[in-house]
Write a protein that binds this ligand. Structure first.
Ligand SMILES: Cc1cc2nc3c(=O)[nH]c(=O)nc-3n(C[C@H](O)[C@H](O)[C@H](O)COP(=O)(O)O)c2cc1C
Length: 391
């Protein structure tokens, strides 16, 4: 391991130097005032651990089970659109790193690399994330493509019926592939390594969409396209329809309220992800960690509970498990690793988080991730238990 890189923050600094600013900003931002984006991390940092001594912690084990599958850590790489713009062939590299460490990888609908391309270049099954679009024929075909690629779970993201107001992306003129303007050109040529590698790959547009969906042209202004294609009429009936068509494990992502968790369960979710999309959708919403305890209490073991938002260290993973998550998802943490060093950078990120998790478990007197609970923390109630209500 590179000795100058000790934390995810170090990977972030390196990614900032290597990735053109418009794509780095795309990752390192939230919607509107970014208050929810900041709150996700701030609330996690306020949770304090209960130090324990005199406990035999030999044989410490950080492994977990996620949807019945063994994982080396209680962690999943979250779906992220445009991953292949942070690093050429980014989805393939991230999925390979995840497989090597032994954790699931989720491919986004709006990835650069297509489902078929990823399946052809990786050996481990991956999960696929679905956004519901107006063209239901296209959605049916996407589900069938995910089945044909033997994806092991479908993640249905519910918190994007419209796109949050992402002012940084608007200012940067974000599009895929990048439109050549004076400022995007300047951003790109200042990162010659990225440019050279990008010229060597053919993967530079939305692989799952271009050539598969009507009206999806080759160069798309992302937000405009999302505005046209994403379906504002989506309800829980659509989730039931998708569950039936898919027939496999269904994960419903974007739950911030106990009422919605209940609806997701009724619609057939095998797992839910407590998530505010990493602060990229509803600005002014509470942090996802503060929503977790109330929602986990209502779900009460009827489905698996994952949480994401602001998790940047192994300590944050343990904080989330202590407040009721079975497992977590990480987004930006591994994207920084990818921008910093491709496949090796993602592996480094996972390696760092695994060591941090192990060290924190050890000093809290835990030998197994399932032992984490409110008693792992000194102040588990610092967040007024928010979880919405059952209306
Ligand atoms: C650059 C970026 C792109 C994202 N794209 C998607 C996406 O395509 N689909 C989705 O369900 N979530 C998407 N998300 C949200 C992540 O899946 C996840 O919920 C979020 O990143 C968690 O917060 P964290 O980045 O603080 O870990 C994206 C997040 C980021 C940072």
């Amino acid at each position: 391991m590179d000795q100058t890189i000790t934390s995810v923050d170090d990977l972030q600094r390196l990614a900032k130097r290597r990735v053109p600013s418009l794509f780095y900003d795309y990752v390192n931002s939230g919607s509107w005032t970014e208050s929810t984006y900041r709150r996700n991390g701030e609330d996690l940092a306020r949770l304090l651990f209960r130090q324990r001594v005199g406990v035999n912690i030999a044989g410490i084990d950080t492994s977990s089970a996620i949807l019945g599958m063994r994982a080396a850590m209680p962690l999943v790489l979250a779906p992220a659109g445009l991953t292949g713009m942070l690093h050429p062939d980014g989805e393939i590299l991230a999925a390979r790193a995840a497989a090597r460490i032994g954790v699931p990888y989720v491919l986004s609908t709006v990835s650069i690399c297509s489902i078929e391309d990823l399946a052809a270049h990786t050996k481990q099954p991956f999960w696929f994330q679905l956004y519901i679009m107006k063209d239901r024929g296209f959605i049916e075909r996407l589900i069938d493509r995910a089945k044909a690629a033997k994806c092991s779970a479908l993640v249905l993201t519910m918190d994007l019926p419209i796109q949050g107001l992402r002012y940084k992306d608007i200012r940067n003129g974000l599009s895929v592939p990048p439109r050549i303007t004076l400022s995007t050109l300047a951003a790109m040529i200042s990162r010659p390594r990225w440019c050279a590698a990008m010229l060597r790959t053919q993967r530079r547009t939305f692989g799952n969409i271009v050539g598969h969906a009507e009206g999806a042209s080759d160069t798309m202004r992302f937000s405009e396209w999302v505005g046209k294609q994403f379906d504002r009429t989506v309800t829980w009936d659509d989730v039931r329809w998708i569950k039936q068509r898919w027939g496999g494990k269904l994960v419903v992502k974007g739950i911030m309220d106990a009422y919605d968790a209940e609806e997701a369960l009724k619609a057939g979710a095998d797992a839910i992800v407590v998530s505010n999309h990493g602060g990229r959708q509803l600005d002014g919403a509470p942090s996802s960690i503060s929503a977790l305890p109330g929602i986990a209490a209502v779900v009460a073991g009827r489905a698996e509970v994952l949480v994401d938002g602001g998790i940047r260290s192994g300590q944050d993973i343990l904080r989330a498990l202590a407040l009721g998550a079975d497992n977590v998802m990480i987004g930006r943490a591994y994207l920084y690793g990818l921008g910093a060093g491709g496949e090796a950078g993602v592996m480094q990120c996972l390696d760092i988080m695994s060591r941090e998790l192990e060290a924190t478990m050890a000093l809290c007197g835990l030998t197994n991730v399932r032992q984490a609970g409110p008693g792992t923390l000194v102040n588990p109630d610092f967040v007024a238990p928010y979880g919405g209500n059952l209306r």
